[in-house]
Ligand binder design. Structure first.
Ligand code: DP6
Length: 400
């Protein structure tokens, strides 16, 4: 006999971060379980600037599982969503069967309503699937009160999502097993480890033709690129060791050079794919030139770029160099005068750009090439939002 309290949905809201790889994941050895052909390593970005928020509600009165993404109801039967739901329910059932009777009331057999939003514009072209699936899995785990290793579940939503389950510096160990049980994310260093490290996301303006998605792009690369095979077998293992050392020692030069070389090799494997895949635009190439000329001017590696499956650049640098580099970006990519705020996120002090530096970089400015910059830093992993007014679903279990 359902009473009021039993019909009231059990509702939990959490947030999860975006991560940007410095050693890239590209290529699967198992499509269904999402098992990669190489390990990868990323930096978790701070949720004050970029995050996904997800509310999950369960109630015995819900008729079916439902999901709303950025305000629109989507198809819950999507195989990757189904994998995450199935695995979390499996863990919840296991815990109950293992003899925790308190879990009887958790309602793991109840249907769920899921509502999720990204607080960053889709136009920013940032891989939202990583934050999205990490947030989904984390929130489901809180609703069903399951603990333990969850990155293996997030991985089955989207490979890179497993790295968003932790803050700081995170490696995704590829694993060897066919069932994927050892293909998991692991924190290399917490978000407090390297407080001077800063991140700039340069959002490129010209949307060129519709890019090839990561999932299908990497499939074609695995099928056709021998360079990718060489990279996975002979290059990445050594780079992972060096990158972990660089992070642990806070050696910016080593970190930056490995990051740039790995991004360049990833894009080289895209070009070696047949037919080739182009993610970098002319603006991306200009950013690459700017970074190398800036570093050459100082005779040291102060700035590093990395690019995922799109033209936007993510820049890593130490805090002390941010104001000048941002000025250089603004000079060589002059924004629209009425285009709104150019730098969003963490405040950046204004400094003058010396004539000498400008001349030494010597690039032809590319007006409006970059629409804006998001200034951020390394951040923590998924969090529970305690304030119930922040729930995205109302007491009727529908989006507010
Ligand atoms: C270029 O994780 O989006 O961003 O596992 O098919 O969902 P699926 O792919 P996804 O691929 C991300 C690729 C990348 C590199 C990286 O993040 O490591």
């Amino acid at each position: 006999m359902p009473g009021d309290s039993m019909d009231k949905p059990n509702t939990v809201t959490c947030t999860a971060p975006v991560n940007i790889a410095v050693i890239k994941y590209w290529g699967k050895r198992n499509e269904e379980l999402i098992l990669p052909i190489n390990s990868s390593l990323s930096v978790t970005l701070h949720q004050d600037q970029l995050k996904t928020t997800t509310t999950v509600a369960t109630s015995r009165s819900f008729q079916e599982d439902r999901i709303w993404l950025n305000g629109k109801e989507e198809d819950i039967t999507h195989p990757r969503l189904q994998s995450c739901l199935r695995e979390i329910r499996r863990l919840a059932r296991k815990r109950r069967n293992d003899g925790d009777p308190a879990l009887d009331s958790m309602g793991f057999s109840h249907k769920v309503h899921i509502c999720s939003i990204n607080d960053f514009p889709t136009a920013a072209g940032l891989a939202s699937s990583a934050a999205g699936f990490a947030c989904l899995v984390y929130t489901l785990s809180r609703v069903f009160d399951v603990e333990g290793e969850l990155s293996g579940i997030a991985r089955q939503g989207s490979g890179s999502a497993c790295r968003s389950m932790y803050g700081g510096f995170v490696q995704w160990i590829m694993g060897q097993k066919d069932d994927g049980k050892d293909s998991l994310a692991q924190q290399v260093a917490p978000e407090t480890h390297w407080p001077e490290l800063r991140v700039l996301v340069l959002v490129v303006s010209f949307a060129e033709r519709k890019p090839v998605g990561s999932t299908s792009g990497m499939q074609t690369s695995v099928q056709t690129s021998r360079l990718l095979k060489h990279r996975a077998e002979s290059v990445v293992p050594g780079r992972m060791v060096k990158m972990i050392e660089a992070v642990q020692r806070k050696d910016f030069t080593a970190f930056a050079e490995l990051t740039m070389k790995d991004s360049n090799q990833f894009h080289a494997t895209c070009l070696d794919t047949y037919p080739p895949i182009f993610y970098l635009s002319s603006v991306s190439q200009q950013v690459i030139n700017l970074v190398h000329r800036y570093n050459r001017h100082y005779g040291e590696t102060r700035v590093a770029y990395t690019f995922d499956a799109g033209p936007n650049a993510v820049i890593y640098m130490l805090q002390q160099h941010v104001p000048e580099f941002v000025q250089a970006v603004q000079h060589f990519f002059p924004p629209e005068s009425n285009g709104g705020q150019f730098v969003k996120g963490l405040p950046v002090n204004h400094v003058a750009l010396s004539e000498e530096l400008r001349r030494s970089i010597g690039l032809e400015p590319l007006p409006k090439g970059i629409s804006y910059v998001i200034s951020t830093k390394v951040g923590p992993g998924p969090c529970v939002v305690e304030d119930p007014t922040q729930h995205l679903l109302g007491s009727d279990g529908l989006p507010k």
